[in-house]
Structure formats: structure tokens, C-alpha cells
Design a protein around this ligand. Structure first.
Ligand code: DGT
Ligand code: CA
Ligand code: CA
Length: 576
């Protein structure tokens, strides 16, 4: 049985959760969480590396101990450390951590005092009025927990795009190799590059559908078959991801691809346009009466309603049809437009490769420049830099730049924005840098006005260049903080600052609507990897997907500029 990176990540997350409930050392917990993220974000299957005998400790965040655990998980599907923890605390208890308002301490109390192991147990205890009597709980907390529980119940699990990709792409390639298959594509929200997908929608064209269906349900990763028909089937993979497969004839390919790419709201609008022209549009084609007149390609579907091809990332019925009608569709940014990366880490803090290794990887990625932006001293868990260590790194960068050919390193920092809006490092050292990326890493719960003011004040700083991951959200675990994004965007324009679109699969932050806002207000967006290792540059494809969802063109993107054009833009922010 193949063990996926996401499976390994799940084991590490569980270990971290259980350690957290036990009140273990935060550094140890963070190491597991980082390793989990590394696994999820990594393009290469760790199982393949193990099979080839490659050195796992080369990976960011992976030392000897974690490398041994990865090998164990690849071999057995689990690891002894986790099994041991599960004997102490049932794994279901960790589920409770996902409820807002329930931190590790409270979860531990619920488990120890009331033997609450599952969300069902919790619901019962809440009804019985037992929870409010516990130490550290009260009527107010009880209310908040009950609300969170109700919200949680209605929430189906969604998969992060990068995680879904680890399952979707091998399955697509497997189906593409089945005899008689012409096209095999992943449609749905996946093709629209949504940050998370509810399920996968695969579309295949083939001469004989039943053969494809037999192969599909026999796929190694299938855990359960929910439905199997001649042309449509649904399965659940072992990881819990549901997959719909549709098989159509080749003449219907474009119509089916358009239909299953969605979004539903976009489809409805296109069908309505068709109706006005006396056409019926469905997943089998474009019909005039009984006669199929179009639908072999997606272009032909759009053409039948008088529109040019609309890229999948725009198909949300958020104005794309009107803009297409007016022939004013944006020419969306593409991965090849990026000339460099403006947010990366090295071994000096919590990254896992040297300056030189990162520079070489960036060059191999086709980049002209690479900004090194370590954490600042406030972020002690990441071993953030103080002025002396930052200056030492700057010297190293100068020395390396004099040797390197074809890639230029830029001196930067990911400086913490403190609660009052001050930056975590003094002016004199910031003034020596090429760019200053500012980030909120603490006090996420400030009231809206205070949080906004904090960020505006940071941008007032004469050395501030780019606001990192502007909403602060983490897809699994943290809601965006409450800020007035319009005011922030306008302030950025006034101050000559930029916003980051952080491409880490768990962040994808700037949100799509805020990309549009930035573009409309004339503020450039930096699509940055936040790489902690050389493999992380691959995540930029998700960042570009998100930028496309936000209607951004190359000209709206800061790092589409060549170094020559970039430098004055950065300098302007530093000198004003
Ligand atoms: P998800 O799975 O929640 O991330 O989102 P989608 O967009 O992949 O939605 P899904 O899997 O329910 O359906 C895939 C596509 O199929 C959807 O984007 C559009 C199309 N579709 C589904 N149901 C309908 C429908 O009732 N009418 C129309 N016109 N299209 C539909
Ligand atoms: Ca779907
Ligand atoms: Ca579906």
C-alpha cells in the first residue's frame, strides 16, 4: 500500500495534537507541525525517496529522528511514537482541539474530568450542564463551545489544493493510461484552483466507458465505492477524499469539461445565454433542437454564446461573463512571468538549506533574484535574527553575490510587526537592507480598529516594503484576523508599499477578493513562496493559481519585474 505525503503529515499532526494535550514542550510540538507542513507541501513523494534510499534529512525541517519516523510510516503506515501516545490519550480527543475556544488545556480537562473523548461526548456533557462546572470553564465558555460544536457539525471536510493534488494527479495519470482513453482531466474546483476542494471531479473521454469504470473502482487507493454506473461512478479514497468520475464520448469533451469545471453559478449563467440564442447547453454538448452543433472543445462552447475562452480560475460568476462580452478579459499571470522570489528562509533561522543552496535552487527555477527574509528576533520559536546575526547574514550575502552568476540575492527580513505597530528591529539595521517584509505573528485577536491601526503604523515605517500574508489565515486552523483591508490597501498605495500573496499551501494569503482590491487600487502584489527549503519553490504554482483567481495580470505582480525594474520600486519605499 502506497503511503502518501499527506498520510505522513497526518501522523505528525496527530502526534503534535496529542503532545499538545499533554502539555509537552512547545518546540517539540512545533517540530512535528513543521514536518507535517513540509510533507504536505512537498511535490516529491517521501515514499519514493525512501525507496531510492535518498537522505530524508536533506528535507527542510527533517532531522534524524523525524527521518526515521518517516521511514517507519512509509513501511508500516503508522509509527510507534503515535501508537504509544494513543494509549495515553485517545486520538479522537485531538479532534476537539479543532473547535474554536478549546485549547489543549481545556481539552485535557474535559478528558480527565468528564471522560470526554469525542464531539458526541462533548455534546452530551454540554446538554447535561456538566461543562460549566469545570475549572476554567463558565457559562460564557460553555456557550462558545456549544456554538462552535454546532458549526463544526455542519462542516464537511475539505482538502487543501496541494494535498488534493497528491492524490488527484497520480489517479489522473493512472486513468490516462487505460486503453482507449483519449482525455483524462481533473475538473471541478480543483481546475479552478480553489484553495480547498470538497471532492475531485474527474472527466475522461474513452471509446468504451465500462472498461474505464472497472479500472477506476479497482484503483489501489479506493477505500469504498459509493456508486458505480456505466458512465458515472463515485468512490472514496483511503485518505477520505471523494472522487466523482464521468466518462463521455470525445464529441462531448468540451461541453463536459465546461460543465464539470463549474462553478455552478457560472454554468447557470452560460446556459441562460445559450437559451437566449435558442441553444440548449449541457454536459453532452451545445444543441439546437435535437442536433448537436458544438461542444467538442471548451472554446466552441463559449463561442456558441458569443464569448471568448474564459480561464477556469475566473469562472465564479463574479463579473467574468460581462467582462468577456466586452472583450476585456485580463491576460492572467502565469508561472513563467515570475522573475524572482521575495520571501524565503535559510538554515540561519527555521529554513533548512544554506544561502548557497537556496540561491542555486532559485536559479534552477529560472529566477533572476531571490530575497532572503529570515524571521526577526521576536519569533524565538523560529530562532529569529537579532541585528548582529542579520548583519552577519548580510555580509555573507554580499560575499556570495560577488561569486554567484545568473542570480542575485537580495538582503531582507521578515520582521515582526509588534502589537503597537512598531517593527521588531531598529531602523539602522533595517536601512541596510534591500527590502523589509513585515508580518503579524502574534495578537491575532485584536479588535478590528486596533489591528488595522497596528498594520497602518507598521507601513508608515520608512523602511517597510511588503506586508506578508496579509489576512493571517491558516486554512485548517486560523480564521483571518479582523482588519479593514480596503484601508490597508489604500494606505499601501499612499506609502508605496506592496502586499504579499503567500503561496504556502496552508496560507494562500492574499485572498482572491483582496487581490482584486489591490489591483483596482493600483497596489502591486508579490507572489512569494515563503520557502523554507529548496522544494518549496514548487508551491509558487498554487500562489499563481490564487493570483489568477484574483484576476491579476503579470503587470499587477511585483516580482514579474526584472531586477532592474524591481530595485527602484523597492528603493522608493525605503527612501520615502
Ligand atoms: P467543491 O467540490 O465543493 O470544491 O466544488 P466544485 O465546484 O468542484 O463542485 P462539485 O464537485 O459539486 O461539482 C463539480 C462541478 O459540476 C461544479 O463546479 C459545476 C458542476 N455542477 C454540479 N452540480 C451542478 C448543477 O446542479 N448545475 C450545473 N449547471 N452544474 C453543476
Ligand atoms: Ca468538486
Ligand atoms: Ca463532485
Amino acid at each position: 500500500m502506497a503511503v502518501h505525503n499527506a498520510d505522513i503529515a497526518a501522523v505528525f499532526e496527530q502526534i503534535a495534537d496529542l503532545l499538545e494535550i499533554q502539555g509537552e514542550n512547545p518546540f517539540r510540538i512545533r517540530a512535528y507541525r513543521n514536518a507535517a507542513r513540509q510533507m504536505e507541501a512537498m511535490g516529491v513523494p517521501a515514499a519514493d525517496m525512501v525507496a531510492k534510499g535518498e537522505d530524508l534529512t536533506e528535507l527542510p525541517g527533517i532531522g534524524d529522528d523525524l527521518a526515521a519516523k518517516i521511514e517507519e510510516i512509509v513501511a508500516t503506515g503508522t509509527c510507534k511514537a503515535l501508537e504509544k501516545l494513543k494509549q495515553q490519550v485517545p486520538a479522537t480527543v485531538a479532534e476537539l482541539l479543532k473547535l474554536p475556544g478549546l485549547g489543549p488545556k481545556r481539552v485535557k480537562t474535559l478528558y480527565k474530568e468528564l471522560k470526554i473523548e469525542t464531539t458526541d461526548d462533548l455534546a452530551k456533557a454540554l446538554k447535561g450542564g456538566k461543562v460549566r462546572k469545570l475549572e476554567g470553564f463558565g457559562p460564557k465558555t460553555e456557550e462558545a463551545v456549544a456554538q462552535a460544536l454546532a458549526a463544526h457539525a455542519g462542516e464537511a471536510q475539505r482538502f487543501k489544493l496541494a494535498v488534493a493534488a497528491q492524490y488527484a494527479e497520480p489517479l489522473r495519470d493512472y486513468l490516462a493510461k487505460v486503453g482507449g482513453v483519449q482525455h483524462a482531466v481533473i475538473a471541478g474546483s480543483y481546475r479552478r484552483a480553489k484553495e480547498t476542494v470538497g471532492d475531485l471531479d474527474l472527466l475522461v473521454t474513452a471509446r468504451t466507458a465500462p472498461v474505464v469504470m472497472d479500472k477506476f473502482v479497482a484503483y489501489d487507493e479506493v477505500a469504498r465505492i459509493l456508486a458505480k454506473g456505466e458512465t458515472r461512478s463515485t468512490v472514496v479514497l483511503k485518505c477520505g477524499l471523494q472522487v466523482d468520475l464521468r466518462v463521455v464520448e470525445n464529441v462531448s469533451f468540451g461541453a463536459a469539461l465546461h460543465y464539470f469545471t463549474g462553478s455552478k453559478a457560472h454554468n447557470i449563467e452560460i446556459r441562460r445565454l445559450g437559451q437566449k440564442k435558442g441553444l440548449k447547453i449541457n454536459e453532452y454538448g451545445v444543441f439546437k433542437g435535437e442536433k448537436r452543433v458544438d461542444g467538442k472543445t471548451e472554446e466552441s462552447v463559449f463561442k456558441s454564446v458569443g464569448l471568448p475562452f474564459i480561464p477556469p480560475e475566473l469562472r465564479e460568476n463574479r463579473g467574468e461573463i460581462e467582462v468577456a462580452k466586452a472583450k476585456k478579459l485580463p491576460k492572467l499571470v502565469e508561472p513563467k512571468d515570475l522573475k524572482g522570489d521575495l520571501h524565503t528562509h535559510t538554515k540561519a533561522t527555521d529554513g533548512h538549506h544554506t544561502l548557497e543552496e537556496m540561491a542555486q535552487a532559485a536559479k534552477d527555477h529560472g529566477f533572476e533574484y531571490l530575497a532572503i527574509t529570515e524571521h526577526s528576533r521576536r519569533l524565538t520559536v523560529a530562532h529569529g535574527l537579532d541585528p548582529a546575526r542579520l548583519r552577519k547574514q548580510c555580509d555573507e550575502i554580499d560575499e556570495l553575490n560577488s561569486k554567484l552568476k545568473g542570480i542575485q540575492l537580495l538582503k531582507g527580513i521578515e520582521v515582526d510587526i509588534l502589537e503597537d505597530g512598531a517593527l521588531d528591529l531598529p531602523d539602522d539595521v533595517l536601512s541596510e537592507l534591500d527590502l523589509v517584509v513585515g508580518a503579524v505573528h502574534s495578537k491575532f485577536n485584536l479588535p478590528r480598529a486596533k489591528q488595522t491601526k497596528r498594520i497602518l503604523k507598521a507601513m508608515d515605517h520608512k523602511h517597510f516594503s511588503i506586508l506578508a500574508h496579509p489576512s493571517g489565515r491558516l486554512l485548517d486552523t486560523r480564521e483571518p484576523y479582523d482588519v479593514d483591508m480596503l484601508t490597508i490597501v489604500r494606505h499601501a498605495r499612499e506609502r508605496g508599499c506592496f502586499l504579499e500573496l503567500n503561496a504556502h499551501p496552508e496560507r494562500l494569503d492574499l485572498l482572491d477578493i483582496h487581490c482584486q482590491l489591490a489591483r483596482d487600487e493600483g497596489v502591486l502584489v508579490a507572489i512569494s513562496s515563503d520557502a523554507h527549503g529548496i522544494a518549496d519553490f514548487d508551491n509558487l504554482r498554487y500562489g499563481v493559481g490564487q493570483a489568477r483567481r484574483g484576476w491579476l495580470e503579470a503587470k499587477d505582480v511585483l516580482n514579474s519585474r526584472s531586477l532592474k525594474l524591481l530595485q527602484p520600486l523597492l528603493r522608493r519605499t525605503i527612501k520615502t
